[in-house]
Structures are given as structure tokens and as C-alpha cells.
Design a protein around this ligand. Structure first.
Ligand SMILES: Cc1cc2nc3c(=O)[nH]c(=O)nc-3n(C[C@H](O)[C@H](O)[C@H](O)COP(=O)(O)OP(=O)(O)OC[C@H]3O[C@@H](n4cnc5c(N)ncnc54)[C@H](O)[C@@H]3O)c2cc1C
Ligand code: FES
Length: 326
């Protein structure tokens, strides 16, 4: 049973127990959110001992080199001495400059930063409600176009952070965010590829950034965006995206409704089914998938079966933990 030393205390890590589970079981406060190695909220550093490579999957090389790891994905096989990242090393202060409804369930939160945050459109940051409570939100803004960071936050019933954003946060408030992370963003190497982008709900946020980034960088292939929801009322940014498609011949926008009432101008069906039905040969395409984890998993499998290479499928499932720690 490997020992985990944290804050001078030794804890025994049981078989099949992650460092996160071991420490939180002993009331050590470790921020966490997705608990599945995606959001990077549970970032810790090993000051002694080697963590398994799987605990560093998705981390930047610079973090790997400093022995940072994800506590929720770390099942140690040797003794470790671990610590939380030093306060302030990866956090940024930001001022709320705008908070506007995009639909009945989604607000657009714009943040102004006190110092430069390096990011690419489509990556995510962690937004902190307090010291130990944070959630990942994707960046809809493009650094070269937008003055402020832009997040689209959907209100969840009893959701700790989303309810706070919708109900309590106001213009002028100062919040903390983490550095940007994630590998769902546009790269110039794919400028000749056709792009197929599928989103449900606020999965549109990263794709809105990625599309504008691609167009800014002079993307030469076609770009097709499918945005889906149960109802037409939940499809937001329709006007902006129709206008963008009028300005760019290579950009096609298809809003999809999976419920019964499908107004004119919308395609009927689940977003991944409509998109894959209309695009059956994806050899040589790049595919971007964001939003509901089930949609992302199905669309990933079906895109691969339609010929897209796994290296060309970029995905961010918006995993919502069943009330993770905080
Ligand atoms: C990479 C990534 C990017 C993301 N990007 C976005 C984005 O751009 N926009 C966006 O809106 N979201 C995004 N998400 C999801 C987001 O991070 C949060 O998970 C979401 O906002 C819910 O957080 P919350 O604090 O409001 O809800 P939580 O407090 O985490 O609750 C989650 C759900 O559990 C339910 N619940 C509450 N209490 C309990 C309980 N005791 N037991 C069981 N269930 C309970 C709540 O009703 C709620 O529905 C992203 C997620 C990931 C992983
Ligand atoms: S990566 Fe560990 S909680 Fe999300």
C-alpha cells in the first residue's frame, strides 16, 4: 500500500484508490471537478517519488517536467510526497465586464484580465467560485479578435458554480481563473482540410472560438458547424452564425433540433446523426466535438467509422461530475 505524504501527514493509499480519493477521504481539501482527467482542476505536484505516466496525460511538457500530475487519475505504485501548486502560480485575477443572457439557460460571461493569459480559442479555464470550488468553462473568445475572455455558462439545477454565475456574480466583481488548458483548438497544419464541428448546448462556446480563429487564419477547406439542442429556443447565436456564414463562402451553419417542434430553418434530429448523415466520407477531414459526453462519444466513434483519423478528431466532453467534492 503506497504512502502519500501531504502537508507533513502520511496517508495510506488503498488498492485502486486515486491520490484524490485517498486525500479527500482523510478530509484534505483538494479542488476537483470532473474526476476523470479532463478539467485539470486537481493538479498537484510530486516533490518525491514518480507518478505513473497516465496521471500526466494531457499536461503541458513544462508541467510534466516539474512533476505535476492529476490527482484524480493518479493510482500510485510507489510512495509519494505531494503538494498543491503554490498559490498564485497558475491563477489569474479577472474582472467581470459583461454578463448577458444568450438564452433562458445560458449567459455570456466576459472577463477582463489584469495580465496576459496565453490561450487558444477552444481551450478551457477553471473558474473559481472560492478557493476550493471551481469548474472548467471553454473559451469562446479569440485572443487576436476579442478584447475580453468570453465564456458561455449554462445554468444547472442546484449547480454550485453555474447558479453562482447566473444568480450572484455581477459586473465589477473580481474572480480567479486558472491558466488555459486542453487540446481542442485550431492548428494551421489543417488549413486545407475540411472541418466538421458538432456541438450540443454550450459546446458551441469552444467551436465559436475555433471557427472564428480558423477563418482569421485564412482556412482554405470547408467548415461545417452543426449545433444541436432539444428545442429551437435553446439554440443561441443563430443570427451571429448565419451572418458569419454569409460573410464566408466556406462556412456552413446548421442548427439542429432533436425535439418534436422543428421550426423552419432548423434540421430535425440529433446533431451527430444529422451531421454524420449529411457527411458520410470523412477521410482527410478534421472533426471537432464539444458538449454532452454521450454525443461526443457517439460522434467520435461514428466519425472514425466514416474515415476520420483519430489524430484528426478533437473532443471536449463536458463531463459534469455528480457533485464532485466541490
Ligand atoms: C473541459 C470542459 C469544458 C466545459 N465547458 C463548459 C462550458 O463552456 N459551458 C458550460 O456551461 N459548462 C461547461 N462545462 C461543464 C462545467 O464545468 C460544470 O460541470 C457545469 O457548469 C456544472 O457545474 P455546477 O457547479 O453548476 O454544478 P455541480 O454543483 O457540479 O452539479 C452538477 C450536477 O449535479 C447535480 N447535483 C447537485 N447536488 C447533487 C448531489 N448531492 N448528488 C448528485 N448530484 C447532484 C446538480 O443538480 C447538477 O445538475 C465543461 C466541462 C468540461 C469538463
Ligand atoms: S482532471 Fe482531476 S478533477 Fe478534473
Amino acid at each position: 500500500m503506497p504512502g502519500i505524504t501531504c502537508g507533513g501527514q502520511l496517508y495510506q493509499c488503498k488498492e485502486q484508490e486515486s491520490v484524490l480519493d485517498c486525500l479527500t477521504a482523510h478530509d484534505v481539501e483538494i479542488p476537483s471537478s470532473c474526476r476523470s482527467g479532463i478539467c485539470q482542476t486537481c493538479l498537484m505536484r510530486a516533490t518525491k517519488g514518480k507518478v505513473p505516466a497516465s496521471a500526466q496525460s494531457g499536461l503541458k511538457n513544462t508541467l510534466v517536467a516539474q512533476n505535476y500530475f492529476l490527482a484524480c487519475s493518479c493510482y500510485p505504485n510507489v510512495d509519494l510526497e505531494v503538494t498543491l501548486p503554490a498559490q498564485g502560480t497558475i491563477k489569474f485575477s479577472a474582472v467581470v465586464v459583461e454578463l448577458n443572457p444568450l438564452s433562458t439557460e445560458v449567459v455570456c460571461l466576459k472577463l477582463s484580465l489584469d495580465k496576459d493569459l496565453e490561450y487558444k480559442a477552444g481551450q478551457f479555464i477553471n473558474l473559481f467560485k472560492d478557493k476550493n470550488t471551481s469548474r472548467p468553462y471553454s473559451l469562446a473568445s479569440v485572443p487576436e479578435i476579442d478584447e475580453h475572455l468570453q465564456l458561455h455558462v449554462r445554468k444547472l439545477p442546484d449547480g454550485l458554480v453555474s447558479q453562482w454565475v447566473h444568480g450572484e456574480l455581477k459586473v465589477g466583481d473580481v474572480v480567479e481563473i486558472s491558466a488555459a488548458a486542453g487540446d481542442c483548438f485550431y492548428v494551421p497544419d489543417i488549413s486545407n482540410n475540411n472541418l466538421l464541428l458538432m456541438a450540443t448546448g454550450t459546446g458551441l462556446a469552444p467551436l465559436y472560438g475555433i471557427i472564428r480563429d480558423a477563418l482569421l487564419q485564412g482556412h482554405k477547406g470547408g467548415i461545417k458547424l452543426y449545433h444541436g439542442s432539444n428545442t429551437a429556443e435553446s439554440i443561441y447565436f443563430k443570427e451571429e452564425l448565419v451572418s458569419l456564414s454569409n460573410q464566408h463562402k466556406n462556412f456552413i451553419y446548421k442548427p439542429c433540433v432533436s425535439g418534436n417542434n422543428v421550426p423552419k430553418g432548423f434540421s430535425a434530429g440529433r446533431v451527430n446523426e444529422v451531421a454524420l448523415n449529411e457527411n458520410q466520407d470523412l477521410a482527410g477531414w478534421s472533426v471537432f466535438l464539444c458538449g454532452h459526453p454521450e454525443m461526443v462519444a457517439n460522434a467520435k466513434r461514428d466519425s472514425y467509422l466514416a474515415g476520420a483519423s483519430m489524430n484528426n478528431i478533437y473532443a471536449d466532453p463536458f463531463v459534469i461530475s455528480a457533485r464532485a467534492n466541490t
